[in-house]
Design a protein around this ligand. Structure first.
Ligand code: NAD
Length: 499
């Protein structure tokens, strides 16, 4: 039975009016498991109108009362964590433990946003001039829209929605049409937690839906996470229509391995960060940069051994290290890049093409793939592959490794593995990348710090979660006030005379 999904509008599931649907596949089997309605312009406009109306009251609630809704939401999610993780895994293809992590990282931002009474406090300057005080307020923007990618269907919607709602905005989520079931269920749980109808709407759709959100004057701000070409398009369209926008794009994350690194630790890190979630993470390590031939030879031979033990299987298999890619297109694109790497002259050490999983022959599986002797100018180094493909680019020395990272058009995450504090410190200072790991392969910052890349990995100036998210979702008003001096004496019963 193919499930028919809905939107979530005004506090309830809504079938929508559109006759256009997208297919949601089971990546383990290649079969369609659900159909998702894709909203047209008129439908999206009515979702915006609903959010505009709902925001007025929500924005007037005191922050502590809004925080209580987030706290109740956290409790409700707790009681169905495993079900959500399984639903997520079944549409995305990541393993169930990894799906738990996706949810957990999102919930941590809800916990952060529940501190809104403290986070939204303004500033006060007493006696800025004689008898003059200045104070600032942070007020909601109104309606904020979020457009999210397939690869973290719980985490990224929660990263966007929680701070936005906590700040008093109404939020319209346009999740990825490839795995929309978890975002829909999360919206339902927010409603059960006491969020008034219309304050969080989920509208499913494609380009027409997104374009409506980007151009409608009633939407004040847009958050986007996805591939770089679309991030750039969303940023330029939203800002041209007078909106605030933060748009996060693609990545090519390097991990520099210095000769003094703990090699066991570095190999573990590369296996997990390169192949976990089939490489479909914007913080996946896709390029290893060993420094020196000796380090490179040792690293490649150990990686090869470890890859032989990796288990690729259906996402619900508790023994699987990673599952299938999200779609047939994604699988074909990744295989196309492996073909390209061979044509470009890279050394294919482990070939994951043609990997089949018994009983799941039509699933979108690609085995772990390792290239050695990749050069900086090859397309497999310059472009994001977004699959279980790790490239080794050998660097002669530290400066060459640093220049390689800094010369790349993306700047999302990077890591260095070394035992030397001075090298690590120099690297952290000089690298042109937004998030840096020192002996940590996937340096996704915790909820109370901020997440964001540099260069063509992000468009806009404020990061996700942490203090930046409160700034992004509010506007500042500054009040300068002076009061008549002197203590009033109250009513006077004598006739007023001029003094
Ligand atoms: P995508 O760009 O294809 O889609 C993202 C969103 O944009 C989806 O909701 C989709 O419906 C919408 N969209 C797609 N085409 C559009 C168009 N032409 N016009 C308007 N909207 C459109 O990305 P994806 O494949 O879902 O996700 C993978 C990408 O996201 C990778 O590039 C990955 O690096 C990136 N990503 C980045 C971060 C980050 O924080 N920088 C985090 C996660 C994923």
């Amino acid at each position: 039975m193919v499930r028919v999904l809905t939107h979530f509008v005004h506090g309830e599931r809504s079938p929508g009016r559109s006759t256009t649907f997208g297919d949601v596949f089971d990546p383990n089997t290649g079969k369609v498991q659900a159909r998702v309605p894709l909203a047209d312009r008129a439908e999206t406009e009515s979702v915006i109108a609903d959010a505009v109306a709902a925001q007025v009251e929500w924005g007037s609630w005191n922050p502590q009362r809004r925080a209580r809704v987030l706290l109740r939401f956290l409790q409700l999610v707790e009681s169905e964590r495993d079900g959500l993780a399984r639903l997520l895994s079944a549409e995305h293809g990541k393993t169930v433990p990894d799906a738990h992590g996706d949810l957990q990282r999102g919930l941590e931002v809800v916990e952060f946003a529940a501190g809104i009474p403290h986070l939204i406090k303004g500033e006060f300057s007493d006696d800025a001039g004689t008898g003059i005080d200045v104070h600032s307020l942070r007020q909601p923007l109104g309606v904020v829209a979020g457009i999210t990618p397939f690869n973290f269907p719980a985490m990224i919607p929660l990263w966007q929605a929680a701070p936005s709602l906590a700040c008093g905005n109404a939020f319209i989520l346009k999740p990825s049409e490839r795995d929309p079931s978890v975002p829909l269920r999360l919206a339902e749980l927010f409603a059960e937690a006491g969020l008034p109808p219309g304050v969080l709407n989920v509208v499913n759709g494609g380009k027409e839906t997104v374009d409506t959100l980007l151009t409608d004057p009633r939407v004040a701000a847009v958050g986007f996470v996805g591939s770089t070409p679309i991030a750039e398009y969303v940023y330029s369209t939203a800002t041209a229509h007078g909106k605030r926008a933060q748009c996060f794009g693609g990545a090519k994350n390097h991990m520099v391995v210095m000769p003094d690194a703990d090699l066991d630790q570095a190999v573990d890190a590369l296996i997990g960060a390169g192949y976990g979630s089939a490489g479909e993470r914007c913080m996946a390590v896709s390029v290893a940069v060993p420094v020196g031939e000796e380090t490179a030879d040792a690293l490649v031979s150990r990686l090869k051994e470890r890859i032989a033990d990796l288990r690729v299987g259906p996402s619900h298999d508790p023994r699987a290290d990673f599952g299938p890619l999200v779609s047939a297109d994604a699988r074909d694109r990744v295989i196309g890049y492996v073909d390209l790497g061979v044509e470009e002259g890279a050394e294919l050490v482990v070939d994951g093409r043609g990997h089949t999983v018994p009983g799941f022959e039509d699933g979108y599986f690609v085995g772990a793939t390792l290239f050695d002797r990749v050069t900086p100018d090859m397309r497999i180094h310059r472009e994001e592959i977004f699959g279980p493909v790790l490239s080794v680019v050998r660097a002669a020395d530290y400066e060459e490794a640093l220049a390689l990272v800094n010369g790349h058009e993306y700047g999302n995450g990077v890591a260095i593995f070394t035992r030397d504090g001075d090298t690590a410190r120099d690297f952290s200072h000089r690298v042109d990348t937004g998030m840096v790991g020192v002996n940590v392969p996937i340096p996704v910052p915790v909820a109370y710090h901020t997440f964001g890349g540099w260069k063509r990995s992000a468009f806009g100036d404020l990061n996700q979660h942490g203090p930046d998210s409160i700034r992004f979702h509010t506007r500042t008003k500054t009040v300068t006030s002076r009061w008549p001096s002197g203590i009033r004496e109250g009513a006077s019963f004598t006739i007023p005379v001029m003094r």
